[in-house]
Design a protein around this ligand. Structure first.
Ligand SMILES: [Zn+2]
Length: 339
């Protein structure tokens, strides 16, 4: 997308200029109305280290979001974390030794063969394909030492029709629109996030990608945002949402989200840098030494306690998760996992 100083002024985009990624200047924009966070290389050098343009009084809170997001990006760059690439290889099993043993996994849930969704609904085929594929997944989580499992019948959910899920998004005030491009993997009602949710902005850390998830996951974001907001979080740096690979990942169903950094006012918590890996403690029994480590662990454990997600994976899980928290939703499965 071409963003120039004059085009930004003419549109209702709220942008700040930030210097990052190879020291080039970028416009960091909350695009008009839709307001997904967008980044574009600035063609001209802006004035000052951080220049606000195109701001109006009514846009104050969006401008504030953009400022906080800019601060998050700057913190990531200062930490040497720039435009992180999504993992392209299957997640590896933790190579680190732990004194903790393997927790016995609850038995596999019964797989659904009947679906309530009308056959012609756009979510029907993805729901059936996901059920078929998941039935053949190996239980990789059962091989990770130090994990904690719970079972909560209330956490069990079924994929809904596209219309009923989108209606819930609207009722929840989640700004999102249906993803138009054809996908190569089954995603029930894929949507693109269009703005902050409950005062929390979910910002893609990739220059060329929006935050894309199944409607089912988007419908959990207000509750997730409330948990984060209670911890003081304003912006979440998302390093992966929907992606096409690997085939055994819930990301390919739009049912997983990777969060690499959290911006509070005046502070950025970076999972890769601040989370304290504790192979010999169950994750939520650990006692981090630093305030940042403690704050990140509080976030992860509040997410686990909420029973909102089937999995909450921290850097304790394995090498492939050293730089983010992964959460996912598993249809028709009452099992909850944290590591
Ligand atoms: Zn993930």
């Amino acid at each position: 997308m071409a963003v120039t100083r004059s085009s930004v002024k003419q549109s209702s985009q709220r942008c700040v200029a930030v210097q990052m990624f190879t020291r080039k200047w970028f416009w960091l924009c909350l695009c008009s109305g839709a307001s997904a966070l967008a980044l574009a290389e600035a063609p001209a050098e802006p004035v000052g280290a951080l220049t606000e343009i195109g701001l109006t009084a009514s846009a104050a809170s969006e401008a504030d979001d953009a400022q906080e997001a800019a601060a998050l990006f700057r913190s990531l760059e200062q930490s040497g974390i720039t435009d992180p690439a999504p993992p392209a290889t299957p997640e590896r099993i933790a190579p680190r030794a732990s004194v903790l043993g393997l927790a016995p996994a609850p038995r596999e849930p019964e797989r659904r063969s009947q679906f309530d969704i009308p056959a012609r609904d756009p979510a029907a085929e993805p729901a059936r394909t996901i059920a078929r594929r998941v039935a053949n997944f190996q239980n990789l989580r059962a091989r990770v030492p130090g994990a904690v499992w719970h079972e909560d019948p209330q956490a069990r959910f079924a994929i809904r029709s596209q219309a009923s899920c989108l209606a819930e998004l609207a009722a929840l005030g989640v700004r999102a629109h249906l993803l138009e491009r054809p996908l190569t993997t089954p995603v029930p009602a894929p949507v693109v996030l269009d703005g902050p949710i409950e005062g929390v902005l979910f910002a893609s850390l990739h220059l060329d990608r929006d935050v894309e998830v199944s409607c089912e996951l988007a419908a959990r974001l207000p509750a997730l945002a409330r948990i984060l907001h209670a911890q003081g979080v304003r912006v979440v740096g998302v390093n992966s949402s929907y992606r096409e690979a690997p085939k055994v990942s819930f990301h390919t169903f739009g049912l997983a989200l990777d969060m690499a950094a959290f911006r509070k006012r005046g502070q950025t918590l970076i999972v890769a840098q601040h989370f304290e890996v504790t192979p010999d403690d169950r994750t939520c029994q650990a006692r981090p030494a630093t305030p940042e480590g403690k704050a990140l662990l509080e976030i992860a454990c509040a997410l686990a306690e909420s029973h909102l997600f089937s999995s909450v994976l921290t850097p304790n899980y394995n090498e492939g998760h050293r730089d983010h928290f992964h959460v996912d939703l598993r249809p028709d499965d009452p099992r909850l996992f944290v590591r």
